[in-house]
Structure formats: structure tokens, C-alpha cells
Unconditional design. Structure first.
Length: 190
């Protein structure tokens, strides 16, 4: 598991995010997937993910944050781009699904994410994987994440964090992609 260092937190995070109606009635267990394959002036792919995790660690509407190890994965879309670094974070939040989405997008913006091409390189991608046992389909937000059951770079770190998890009623260990390491490598912690 990745050890989260709050010293890498950008100080703007706590004050920037203050959406109205942002509080759920209670704490909800959530998982997000983080991915990066683009270095920029703020750092390397692993540093983008570490900084996002540190921001989450400091954020008042998130508690009990845990992060998986970091993994290298072959790109899903265009092949003429670097491998991705991926990780999954689990936590409890009082953010609603849409304000959690806005929060994830703010983490992406803080990594100076620019969209170059579909499924192409990006400094940071943060997707909501699970929000309690919520199932929703909206043009802006699908939960569980639409690609979750087919992506080993999501299922394997998710399984590392919570081996007993069930996704859409199915134990995570029973998803074929949670047992398939094709294109995936565990990165060392340092
Ligand atoms: P992406 O290319 O991964 O940054 O996703 C682009 C769009 O996907 C976002 O603007 C969201 O509105 C939408 N989206 C739908 N479901 C999700 C989800 N579970 N997590 C994150 N984004 C989502």
C-alpha cells in the first residue's frame, strides 16, 4: 500500500473547493481510480498521483483514506503514448456523488490536466469507481464506473485494498480482470 504524505498537498485545495449542497447526510464509503502518464512542470506521473492523495488526506470531507500500491499499465487507447501509473484510493466522504465528481475534476485541474486526445496522455485522471452501493446512470456520471469490470489496472489495485469487496453483487475476486496481470506491473514504493 502507498503511504500518503500530506506535505505534498497544494495549499490551495482546501479553500478552492466549497460547492453548495456538497454534504451528504452521512459518511459514505467510496473508491476512486487515479491514473497519469504525463510529466509536466508539476512533476512525474507518480508525483501527480501522490499529490492528489495528499490533497485528499487533508480534505475535511474525506476521512479514513487508504491508497493501493502504484502500478504501471499499458495504455488502453492510442499505443504511441507512455505507460500509465495507476492507483486506487478508498475513503469515506460526506460529498454527494456530483460534488465528489467536481472534487475529482478539481484534483485533475490542480495537476494542470489538458485534454490532448481521447484516451490519450494526461497528467491526472480521477474517476469515481464506487460510491457506497449506489447505482446511477446519468450523462455526467455513471456509478459504478462504466469501465470498472473490464479494467485490470482498476480491479487489481481495488482488490489489493479490499479483497472482500463485492462490485454489483459479485465478489471482486470473481472478476476475470482482477486475476489478469496482462500489461500490468507493480511499482516499488520508492
Ligand atoms: P475522463 O475522460 O475519464 O476524464 O471522463 C470524462 C467525463 O466522464 C467526465 O466529465 C464525467 O462527466 C464523465 N463520467 C461519467 N461517469 C464518471 C465517473 N464514474 N467518474 C468520473 N467521471 C465520470
Amino acid at each position: 500500500m502507498f503511504s500518503i504524505d500530506s506535505n505534498t498537498k497544494p495549499s490551495s485545495m482546501k479553500t478552492n473547493f466549497n460547492a453548495d449542497n456538497s454534504r451528504a447526510a452521512t459518511w459514505v464509503s467510496c473508491y476512486v481510480g487515479l491514473g497519469s502518464n504525463l510529466m509536466n512542470e508539476l512533476g512525474s506521473p507518480s508525483e501527480h498521483i501522490a499529490r492528489a492523495l495528499a490533497s485528499m488526506q487533508e480534505y475535511g470531507q474525506i476521512r479514513e483514506l487508504q491508497a493501493s500500491s502504484f502500478y504501471a499499465s499499458a495504455p488502453m487507447g492510442p499505443q504511441d503514448q507512455p505507460d500509465f501509473v495507476n492507483a486506487v484510493a478508498g475513503f469515506q466522504t460526506t460529498l454527494t456523488p456530483f460534488t465528489l465528481l467536481a472534487y475529482c475534476q478539481q484534483l485533475e485541474a490542480l495537476a494542470k490536466r489538458a485534454r490532448i486526445r481521447r484516451w490519450g496522455e494526461r497528467s491526472l485522471d480521477v474517476d469515481i469507481l464506487l460510491y457506497g452501493d449506489l447505482q446511477m446512470t446519468d450523462p455526467q456520471l455513471t456509478i459504478p464506473h462504466a469501465g470498472l469490470s473490464e479494467r485490470n489496472f482498476v480491479l487489481i489495485p481495488l482488490r489489493e485494498l479490499t479483497p472482500t469487496l463485492t462490485v454489483a453483487g459479485i465478489p471482486i475476486v470473481d472478476y476475470p480482470q482482477s486475476n489478469d496481470w496482462t500489461g500490468l506491473t507493480l511499482l516499488s514504493c520508492d
